[in-house]
Structure formats: structure tokens, C-alpha cells
Ligand binder design. Structure first.
Ligand code: ADP
Ligand code: MG
Length: 305
């Protein structure tokens, strides 16, 4: 079957959002809203590396979109569209039907259109998605703005996906397979957060990126990090390992001044947020537990380790 039929069968749909020219020509055309900046990112999922090989096609479709929308959310951007570069070992219609359904389910939930891509054959199943979003000029939240005295906050629960990966079949596997990009929260945070990142490689490592970019340090209150009841049953060391070094949660981690936190808590949010620490002048990552302060040495997921 030709590449074109795959595209027509599985990926060509009428756009549900504002797209000037979608799939079918050499490039797509979109019209930027006035005084908005384009926010753009890409993420690749490789079978066996970024998801277990027996993950359902539907979940892979969902996740390949969700991880990119999460990167847009972490900047405070409103997602608009995606491009899909797909490398397939074989043409498996059941797989393609499930994958495209999962991809479009995620697109529909967050008001995003698939506007183009590329389809090739290769030995390894590889899915690369590029996502585009908009933000008011100058409002993108970077990793570099954390200030001494800011609170460190996270959305949702941390450690669920890492636990799910080690306990396939457990209810928390859903958090691994179907992460929820925090698109609305990200946009609500753009005017109040001083820095932001999404948690893909583990809380300690991802927060570390904020600390480095902002040239500050942090103290974490480990007992305040929101975790699932399944993690509460574990030995503390084990639970902290999932929380600090596990990846794939796609929750937002952000810093915010106490005044702005007050403002934020008066707003209606679609996911709970929790204060888990504070930004310090002294660089490095410390944690407080039972009134004592300790240095924190954990490493998250590293692709070339
Ligand atoms: P070209 O040869 O000019 O690069 P292609 O034949 O690769 O064009 O693609 C034809 C059209 O289908 C283009 O609009 C392209 O963006 C789109 N397309 C190709 N593969 C995909 C895919 N996996 N998902 C969505 N759109 C795709
Ligand atoms: Mg092509």
C-alpha cells in the first residue's frame, strides 16, 4: 500500500480548528493570531525505549501527542496543531487504526489539529510529533525566572507513571500510558509563575533544570509531595525513588511568589496544585524531613547514560 493511502485512510480529516491549509499539499498554512508568538516543540517516541513494546497502539497515539502538548503547557502556550513523522516497520492496519484513534482522541480533547507530517518505512517503530501553539508576545514562561523565596509547586500526583511502569496491570499504568497534558493550567500560570517545566524525566532532574537556568537552589519538603495511595503503602525510600527519579508523569513543576500563589488559589483550577518546597539563594538541592535538612542526590532518566 502506498504512503498516500495510509495518510488518506488514517490521518486525513477535516480540521476542527482554524487551519488555512491542512494535509495534502507540500506544506500546511496557518494564520497566526495578531500579537501572538509561535511556540514550537518536538518529541520522539521510540518503541521499547519510550514505551514498553506491548503498549496498545491507541495509548501510543495518545501519548505521542500528549507529551508534546505538555511541553507547550510548560511554556504557558495554548496548543494549536501538530505534525506527525511516522516511521513504520510494516503496514499493520489494526495498529494504524488504533494509533490514529488515540492520536485524534488526544487532539480532540485539547482542541488541536493534525496539519501534516511524513510517513516512511524503517526497522524501528518511531513516532515524532512537532507541536505548535500560541502565546501573547513576551509571556512565555521559561525555566530561568525562579526567585529566592518563591514557592515550588507541582500539579497532580508525582511518581504515578514510574510506579505504573514497574507494576504493569496496576491502575496506575493508565497514568503511564495516558498522561494528561496540563494545557489549561499552563495557560492560567503564564501570568503568575516565575518559571516552569513539565516533569518528564523525574522531579529532581527536571527541577534541577529550573535551578540551573535560574541560578538558585531549592529545599524540598518530601512529605508534602502529593503521591498516590499505592505509593504511601511503600517503604519511604522506595516511594521517594519513584517520586524524585521516576519520569513520565507530565505534571507541571513551577515556581511562584507567595503573593502570586494567593492570587492563583482564588482561581478555579482543573487539577490540584501543591507547594512542595521553596527556592533558596544557596545553590543545590536539599530536602527537609522530620525537621532535618539533607542534600538530595538523585538522577532521573538520561537518554545517553
Ligand atoms: P512531500 O513528498 O511533498 O513531502 P508527502 O507525500 O510526504 O509530501 O505527504 C503528502 C501530504 O500528507 C503532506 O501534506 C504531508 O504533510 C501529509 N502527511 C504525510 N504523512 C503524514 C502523517 N503521518 N500524518 C499527517 N500528515 C501526513
Ligand atoms: Mg514526504
Amino acid at each position: 500500500m502506498a504512503e498516500f493511502s495510509i495518510i488518506d485512510l488514517y490521518f486525513k480529516r477535516t480540521s476542527k480548528t482554524d487551519v488555512s491549509l491542512g494535509i495534502g499539499d507540500d506544506s500546511a498554512v496557518i494564520t497566526p493570531p495578531t500579537s501572538q508568538q509561535l511556540v514550537i516543540c518536538a518529541d520522539t517516541l521510540v518503541a521499547g525505549r519510550h514505551f514498553p513494546v506491548d503498549t496498545s497502539a491507541h495509548a501510543i497515539g495518545w501519548k505521542s501527542v500528549a507529551v508534546n502538548l505538555s511541553d507547550l503547557a510548560a511554556m504557558g502556550a495554548k496548543p494549536h496543531s501538530i505534525l506527525l513523522a511516522l516511521s513504520l516497520p510494516t503496514i499493520d492496519h489494526d495498529w494504524l487504526a488504533g494509533f490514529s484513534q488515540g492520536l485524534f482522541d488526544c487532539c480532540d480533547q485539547f482542541g488541536v489539529s493534525l496539519i501534516g507530517g511524513d510517513t516512511t518505512q524503517s526497522t524501528q517503530l518511531t513516532i515524532s510529533v512537532t507541536a505548535l501553539g500560541w502565546i501573547e508576545h513576551g509571556q512565555a514562561v521559561t525555566r530561568a525566572g525562579a526567585q529566592v523565596g518563591d514557592y515550588i509547586c507541582v500539579s497532580g500526583q508525582i511518581g504515578d507513571a514510574a510506579f505504573g511502569l514497574q507494576h504493569l496491570g496496576h491502575a496506575l499504568q493508565k497514568r503511564l500510558d495516558y498522561p494528561t497534558p496540563r494545557c489549561l493550567l499552563g495557560q492560567q500560570l503564564k501570568t503568575v509563575a516565575s518559571s516552569m517545566i513539565d516533569i518528564s524525566d523525574g522531579l529532581a532532574q527536571d527541577l534541577g533544570h529550573i535551578l540551573k537556568a535560574s541560578d538558585v537552589g531549592a529545599k524540598l519538603f518530601l512529605d508534602q509531595i502529593p503521591i498516590d495511595k499505592s505509593l504511601k503503602l511503600l517503604d519511604k525510600q522506595q516511594a521517594w525513588h519513584y517520586v524524585l527519579a521516576g519520569g513520565d508523569d507530565y505534571e507541571l513543576c513551577f515556581t511562584i511568589s507567595p503573593q502570586n500563589f494567593e492570587k492563583l488559589s482564588r482561581q478555579q483550577l482543573d487539577v490540584p496544585i501543591t507547594i512542595i518546597g521553596e527556592i533558596t539563594q544557596q545553590t543545590g538541592l536539599l530536602f527537609e524531613y522530620m525537621g532535618e535538612i539533607h542534600p538530595l542526590h538523585v538522577h532521573g532518566y538520561q537518554h545517553f547514560a
